[in-house]
Design a protein around this ligand. Structure first.
Ligand SMILES: C[S@@+](CC[C@H](N)C(=O)[O-])C[C@H]1O[C@@H](n2cnc3c(N)ncnc32)[C@H](O)[C@@H]1O
Length: 252
């Protein structure tokens, strides 16, 4: 019989580092427990909620929503390999409420998937060629709260002007010690742009979340220096926003 460790190690690539218990941890280069979860605005108690995780990768946030009491978590990613690895994790963790499925953000439709009390839209905006269309689709799925987080680009002297940098040739990405060219980064919005796009599609009570880059003294120092040393610099920003008409999430 194939052990959990063998199943996990047989996969050539992992994005999320996920602790599967009994000493098995997926070899992802993104450690969401440490780098993301404290800053992405997830409430401690999600009891009974219907949750949507868009661009779920291997499901770290879906499993966290389940752990916090969500009644149902629908998780979509357009990459079938991600959904396969999600399935391995769900199996090992004994997940009862996550439903991973292959799906693209532009195909989101409340008529087929219902609506959600909580929508998590993390780390995907900048990978999209049509970000405003995507946010419109995401907003249509949200009957309660939307959490959105993105890689950003800021410009010296213009923090309040909504701007986005087009990246026709992609960017360097991946772990710091093994950078690779990622052609799937198209847009780097600034935080003001993210906020205005949320407002443009009808979301209300838009709040900026605590910035993950403020996590350490070193990062605070970098943030202080960047606007002085550079015209443009990359950062990240997260927002919590509400649907105008609050209603319980309903399955189709
Ligand atoms: C940077 S990862 C973010 C994963 C996770 N949400 C997080 O924040 O840790 C982006 C994910 O979005 C997926 N993705 C990219 N474009 C997509 C699209 N058009 N529709 C759905 N998923 C997409 C990728 O396959 C990848 O798993």
């Amino acid at each position: 019989m194939v052990s959990v460790r063998e199943r996990v190690e047989a996969e050539p690539y992992w994005f999320h580092r996920i602790d599967l218990g009994n000493g098995v941890v997926t070899a992802g280069w993104s450690d969401p427990q440490r780098e993301k979860l404290p800053y992405f605005g997830l409430a401690d108690d999600l009891t009974g909620l219907r949750v949507l995780d868009i661009g779920c990768a291997e499901g770290f946030f879906s499993f966290e929503a389940e752990r916090r009491g969500a009644a149902e978590v629908v998780s979509i990613d357009f990459d079938p390999e991600c959904i396969k690895r999600f399935g391995i994790c769900a199996d090992v963790l004994g997940s009862k409420v996550t439903h991973p499925q292959v799906g693209g953000v532009y195909d989101l439709d409340p008529a087929t998937m219902g609506t959600f009390d909580l929508v998590m839209f993390f780390g995907l905006l900048y990978h999209l060629r049509h970000p405003l269309l995507a946010i419109e689709k995401v907003a249509a799925m949200t009957s309660g709260t939307l959490l959105m987080h993105s890689w950003t680009m800021e410009m010296r002297g213009h923090p309040d002007v909504p701007l986005a940098r087009f990246r026709p040739d992609g960017v360097l990405s991946g772990p710091p010690n093994a950078r690779i060219h990622d052609p799937t980064v198209y847009w780097e919005p600034n935080a003001a742009c993210m906020k205005d796009m949320l407002s443009h599609v009808g979301m209300v009570n838009i709040e900026r979340l605590e910035d993950s880059m403020k996590a350490t003294t070193r990062e605070t120092m970098i943030r202080w220096l960047r606007p002085r040393a550079h015209a443009f610099w990359n950062s990240s920003a997260g927002f919590r926003a509400q649907a105008l008409v609050q209603a319980p999430g309903i399955a189709p």
